[in-house]
Design a protein around this ligand. Sequence first.
Ligand code: MTE
Ligand code: MO
Length: 246
Amino acid sequence: MKRRGFLAAAGAAFVAGCNKVADSDAGARLLSAAEKWHMGAHRLLSNREALAPEYPRSAVSPFFRGNGSVDPQNGDYPRHVEEGFVNWQLTVGGLVRNPLALTLDNIRRLPQRSQVTRHDCVEGWSAIGEWTGPQLSLLLDEAQLHPEAQFIVFRCADNLNGDDYYESVDLIDAYHPQTIVAHSLNGEPLPVRNGAPLRMRIERQLGYKHAKYLTGIEAVASLDDIGEGQGGYWEDRAGYQWYAGI
Ligand SMILES: Nc1nc2c(c(=O)[nH]1)N[C@H]1C(S)=C(S)[C@@H](COP(=O)(O)O)O[C@H]1N2
Ligand SMILES: [Mo]
């Protein structure tokens, strides 16, 4: 009872303070009322900079299943698989002063972070894996965001049922220490089913935010003109919430 009372109080406090935020922040306008409540309650009840739980290596799942695209056949992707991804390029652009085009080698030479975390898919399964790669913040700092940048968009190589997969996060998640551009799973290069050769890990968000087959990172001021304007593939298609914080 006490806990429920606290939750209700926190919710009420947030809603009262929220209208001001919504009026002043263009980004907030794209969120539904319920989602705003979730994001606000999440902000009040948990520090968004806190780390997601990490596990010992012994907790790693024997098989990390793939979901959504697991073997893209569109565009150049099959050729990249054949070439062992030697010509893969990751661009960092949009509202940045210093656009980047990085090879896998460039990415492997940056300072690395490894983390054993649990992936939670809204379809009702979880898996634990060890992911390795540079923090996204390193790339963004190198690219130097313009002050108008509010969101980071992730572009993917796969076309899933007619639409290119993409995702986006705000700058809090983009700069979170466990948000990494992963090239390895359990100490091996990513399998194709898990997003080879590069995929996002955004450990404070649900599975669909973790863009696989990553080709581009774009800083934008608004999500209105990206895809259908809801900030991601499933957000556009199926009304999934853009803010999927866990
Ligand atoms: N490019 C791309 N990224 C994607 C998807 C996808 O179909 N294409 N599926 C998403 C979903 S719903 C989940 S749960 C995870 C699955 O990651 P996995 O295939 O490594 O299990 O990737 C996410 N990222
Ligand atoms: Mo998912």
